[in-house]
Design a protein around this ligand. Structure first.
Ligand code: GMT
Length: 392
């Protein structure tokens, strides 16, 4: 940590992690990162407007701060982003934070930047360094909205470092927000997502006999194209007894359920809703299906790969950086429904290719996306920023 007189000791850091409390995606990455950093001896405080489910069921030494903001008759909704800033400042005042790491640009990058600016008012010494990690829709969907764009640009520029979870997202972020009017081009560092390969691991017992099974896990937002996926699965498996299990909940769930019913496939398609424990559901499947129109990384696909389950997906966004076509899964051209259907058919009808790609998927998850190497990258980034801060 940086002592009030400016001395640098990067052994054990005080780190604030800000995130949305989601079941998947950025909420999982932030929670797993917080737990792993705590395991390495750092003092970790996680701030959100509810407890992220992945953290709630862990016993790791992370201090969780739920900051929702007090209701007041003038507020239509309490400003939880400001409540998070205040909560960060309270912790900084009490024990000092070296780094504040915001996951998902809005509102967290802004909450973190604001806390950084206000920090000297609550504690002498250096202000925490601000790291913002971009996850995908914060740039590709929210970032496109004129109502947020100028503030988002400011939050990125005011962060001491900006990271993105894939090369594709880093490139899109640079294109969307830079060069600045002055021609400057700040760096967006790629730090990929990771998977806990001990928790997400292949089954040790043989899988139950039965019809081929596909699985999908998502938040059922339109970007995931779940009704389209259901229709494609039904067409690909017409006349067979192949099954599809869908996990998660969100805006397109009802429409997806009605498409399965209208197409007469309800008996083969189950919607299980939100689930906290995914590995046993994943290991029960032969193939993982994703059909997103955009996907910066595809953490759910990586979790399936880590369980030894190969992936069928369109070649969009950062997916090809995670799933290798012909090696760990089947990637189809973004706009080809026919090719996507053919990929499902090959995956479900070819047990030999499936087993080979499933094994390669597990190896890739362990070799290329290990928790240790990614956490070490973030620790390296924090150390670099603290050194730069101490020098300036
Ligand atoms: O947009 C979402 O689906 C949610 C978002 C999140 O914050 O949970 O997911 C994004 O972040 C994940 C974690 O980095 C990535 O694995 C997802 O690919 C990304 N989603 C999209 O780009 C659509």
């Amino acid at each position: 940590m940086v002592t009030p007189d400016g001395e640098l000791n990067t052994g054990s850091l005080g780190i604030g992690v800000l995130c949305h409390p989601t079941y998947g995606g950025s909420g999982v990455v932030a929670s797993e990162l917080a737990l792993a950093l705590a395991d390495r001896g750092h003092r970790i405080h996680l701030f959100s407007y509810a407890v992220p489910p992945r953290l709630a069921r862990s016993s790791g030494a992370v201090e969780v701060h739920v900051a929702q903001g007090a209701p007041y008759p003038l507020f239509e909704a309490p400003p939880h982003d400001l409540a998070i800033t205040s909560a960060v400042l309270n912790v900084h005042e009490a024990e000092g934070l070296d780094v504040v790491h915001a996951h998902y640009a809005l509102p967290h990058a802004m909450s973190a930047v604001l806390a950084g600016h206000a920090a000297p008012g609550v504690r002498p010494g250096p202000s925490p360094r601000v790291v913002t990690t971009l996850h995908g829709t914060d740039i590709t969907l929210v970032g496109r909205q004129p109502s947020y764009r100028p503030l988002l640009r400011y939050a990125l520029e005011a962060s001491h470092a900006v990271t993105a979870v894939s090369e594709d997202l880093a490139m899109r972020s640079m294109e969307a927000f830079y060069p600045r009017p002055d021609g400057g081009r700040p760096e967006v560092v790629v730090v990929p997502n990771f998977v806990n390969s001990v928790e997400f691991c292949p089954a040790t017992t043989a899988r139950q006999e039965g019809p081929p099974r596909a699985i999908h896990v998502s938040n059922f937002r339109p970007v995931k194209r779940v009704p389209w996926l259901v229709e494609a699965f039904i067409e690909a498996t017409a006349g067979t007894d192949a099954r599809l299990v869908l996990i998660g909940d969100g805006p397109d769930r009802d429409l997806s359920v009605s498409r399965a019913r209208e197409l007469g496939a309800s008996e083969r398609i189950s919607f299980l809703g939100q689930r906290d424990v995914l590995p046993s559901l994943l290991t029960d499947a032969d193939v993982f299906l994703l059909a997103s129109t955009e996907e910066s990384f595809g953490l759910s696909a990586l979790e399936a790969m880590s369980c030894g389950v190969p992936v069928v997906a369109p070649r969009v966004g950062g997916i090809p950086e995670v799933v290798r076509d012909g090696v760990t899964g089947w990637l189809s051209p973004p706009d080809s429904r026919g090719a996507y259907i053919a990929a499902i058919q090959e995956a479900l009808n070819n047990p030999v290719a499936r087993a080979k790609r499933g094994q390669a998927a597990r190896e890739d998850a362990v070799d290329r996306f290990s928790l240790d190497s990614v956490v070490a990258s973030y620790e390296g980034l924090y150390a670099r920023l603290l050194e730069e801060g101490a020098d300036s």
